[in-house]
Design a protein around this ligand. Structure first.
Ligand code: CP3
Length: 325
């Protein structure tokens, strides 16, 4: 049984399902071992390798979902840009984008199909970057530059929106490939949208996210993540996403009455604390969401310096919580 999908559909699940954004990453010793032998791009683009890296945290941690090992910036390589991953982080070169050449992304479908065979009772998650967030990375050449992004957004509005449209149409194609290759759920990472005023979010993020989600309505559940969602919490449902993936700066009790499934929202830094603290923080979140459709997650990935035993401990705390009552 795919607990997350059942939950999103409104079925009663006896425990809180849990997975983590960035659950396959440098905090895992098995990841670091592979990373020594291959570049990040090789890891992403070799289907058997990417599938294996995706599955490592699922086996080690017993989480309820697998998220395909990839990166939101990878599709930009099929849109006319050069993308490199270095020790200092990603670099993106070129600013002329064209719509996605799906031939160059077919490896993603291959990875999904391998994973689909391996995972019968876990939710398989596909993803992409949201249009505004990808624009921020393009403008900042690999690291978001808030001032430059807003300058272009206000002063070159038409060009900015044209490019957002190209990205949106491309990400629709990219998510369709993932859905058709077996993804049970699709997450849209709008990590950067938290820098926008609610008014600008309505103009430069919402219409594009809404368009991106529309083709998947009634087919595959969608999740929308913003790092810094508090300012738009009252309007974010307009995206049409089935799942609201919230960051840690929101008290999750403010989401209790949402008619959406809520995902989140442990502070990633809490995983650096003692186990008693981790348990306390996790329990607070679950208590607040008791009886509600809630998927446990961190509010923003797992920090590379996190001890993997603590992540496993957290998964067990979440899974066992109701049994202790
Ligand atoms: O969640 C998963 O386990 C699946 C894989 C995944 C990665 N990136 C792998 C990755 C996912 C879902 C992402 C999403 C992503 N990538 C986002 C949105 C989510 C978020 O964290 O905000 C963003 C903004 C990116 C862009 C990106 N990729 C940055 C800024 C960096 C460098 C910072 C860092 O964490 O190293 C990357 C590289 C990257 N993407 C790594 C991984 C495992 C590290 C690569 C390495 O081993 O050096």
């Amino acid at each position: 049984m795919k607990a997350i999908i059942e939950l999103v559909k409104g079925k009663n699940i006896s425990y809180t399902p849990v997975w983590f954004m960035r659950q396959a990453g440098r905090y895992l010793s098995s990841y670091r071992r592979i990373r020594k032998r291959y570049t990040f791009l090789e890891m992403c683009e070799t289907p058997e390798l990417a599938a294996e890296i995706t599955l490592q945290p699922v086996r080690k941690l017993n989480v309820d979902a697998a998220i395909i090992f990839s990166d939101i910036l990878l599709p930009l390589r099929a849109m006319g840009l050069k993308v490199y991953f270095t020790e200092k982080g990603p670099f993106v070169f070129g600013d002329e984008i064209h719509s996605i050449d799906m031939e160059k992304m077919l490896f993603t479908g291959k990875i999904m199909r391998i994973l689909k065979k391996e995972l019968t009772d876990k939710t398989l998650i596909g993803f992409c970057g949201a249009p505004f967030t990808l624009m921020s990375y393009i403008i900042g050449k690999g690291r978001p530059d808030e001032n430059r992004t807003k300058y272009l957004m206000y002063n070159r509005k038409e060009d900015f929106k044209n490019r957002l449209n190209t990205i949106t149409d491309s990400m629709i194609e990219y998510l369709k490939l993932q859905m058709e290759s077996g993804a049970d759920m699709l997450q849209i990472f709008d990590t950067q949208a938290g820098i926008l005023s609610p008014c600008d979010w309505k103009e430069f993020a919402l219409p594009f996210v809404k368009k991106l989600i529309t083709p998947f309505k009634g087919k595959t559940p969608t999740s929308y993540y913003v790092n810094g969602m508090s300012g738009i919490l009252n309007i974010v449902e307009e995206t049409g996403a089935d799942i609201l993936s919230i960051d840690w700066r929101i008290d999750i009790k403010n989401c209790k009455n949402s008619n959406k499934t809520v995902q989140g929202n442990l502070d990633p830094s809490a995983l650096l604390a003692e186990k008693t603290i981790i348990e306390e923080k996790a329990t607070y979140i679950m208590k607040m969401m008791e009886g509600k459709r809630h998927i446990f997650n961190s509010g923003g990935g797992i920090l590379p310096q996190t001890d993997e035993d603590k992540v496993k401990f957290l998964v067990d705390v979440v899974h066992e919580w109701k049994k202790e009552l």
